[in-house]
Design a protein around this ligand. Sequence first.
Ligand code: 4AD
Ligand code: MG
Length: 480
Amino acid sequence: MKRTKVIDVFNCAELIGQQVCVKGWVRTRRGNKQVQFIALNDGSTIKNVQIVVDTEKIDADTLKDITTGSCLCAIGKLIESQGQGQSVEIQCESIEIYGLCPNDYPMQKKGQTFEYMRKHAHMRLRTNTFGAVFRIRHHMAMAIHTYFHEHGFFYFHTPLITASDCEGAGNMFQVTTKNLYDLKKDDQGKIIYDDDFFGQQTSLTVSGQLEGELGATALGAIYTFGPTFRAENSNTPRHLAEFWMIEPEVAFLDQEGLMDLEEDFIKYCVKWALDNCKDDLEFLNKMIDNTLIERLEGVLKETFMRLPYTKGIEILQNAIKNGVKFEFPCNWGDDLASEHERYLVEEHFKKPVIMTDYPSKIKAFYMKQNTDTPQGGSIGYQNTEAPEPTMQGTDVLFPQIGEIIGGSVREENYDKLLSEIERRNIPMKDMWWYLDTRKYGTCPHAGFGLGFERLILFVTGMANIRDVIPFPRTPNNAEF
Ligand code: 4AD
Ligand code: MG
């Protein structure tokens, strides 16, 4: 008999009164000598379908063995339910067991900590919370592709293996087929890569942006959506060594347009979640964070605050004067710590902030310098205290998360870009092709990178980034 998914059991009114066949994993079994109730879930929805078993119809030994986690197929008539909180139930006629589940099943007990579940990441997928999180993750991926497709962006595939360090931060995982015990070295003891697979030193990419710019300056507007890798030893609830990034890049876009795109895009994703993930969000709102839905709706109503860095530092320093304590310093020129970002977003403005016009020295080499308006950048804030050049960066800071997007207008002037590359000692042999975009028909352009897992953190209300990717990669952890 053809299988019906549990989600369809709830959604297809015409199935009521019909025989259905459902397959899934047992969440609970309870009842008495006459009647037993099995809650079955198949992952298609947060909802379990209730299977009502008349103990006279099903062999007692078969029933006894059905414990939480067992996998089975049940056939019976779908009827409107008498029970509270259930819309339909199945009057069971037969059960076929696919797999029993011994009582050392790691997900058997309710209320385990997330830390415990991470150690059993292969099995945690079968719990309600992780089911909800990963269904939402899927929907967010669909939202992203739909948004860009509808707005005329082309999905552009940039390489994962690369010879250049986009962010210039040097946190790269090397890719090699060399025998690490027997490395060929030159007179100075430096490793020679000419006999390595690619004939040069290569790594896993930290960002597809540089190649994305090649796409944008040909196709007009592109986006990437793929894994990126960072070997930063950051053991925080917001960092992964392998995470997914979405990087749109657009020709002829200025700072104002970039901020409009960032805001519109995030709001579209949040709205998509509210429109398409109602049951899962309601579950997470109840179990994980009871302000979740309110917060998501709140973001849609707010206009994001656009704030030059220098003004942000001023606000933070005033806060310190008024007794607010931060762990890290925040003087002009410092990179903001997560506590500073969260203060601005959660305490001061109480809404998302797009921070702009950062000091050049704390940002990447490719960002466009503010030359026409050095005192406050292009969005008009008159700042008399910016002691050094600033850049047209546009990071989006979110409640609970901190930085969710890092973006900028790109330096399109060949000479300026070259001098910045030289100033930072970035090896030219890696950069010639990137510079060619500025040499041949250069154009103003801009783009950003959204950390996919940080978006999922926000949309699910989960607290730790390790719990929004199926198999997290973090320092000392590459299990599964
Ligand atoms: O700010 P980042 O480093 O910017 C770039 O990589 C640019 N090339 C993007 C661009 O302009 N095309 O990273 C972008 C975003 C961050 O805002 C953050 O959301 C996320 O990527 N991110 C991480 N997410 C999880 N774990 C990490 N270790 C992350 N590092 C950055
Ligand atoms: Mg950043």
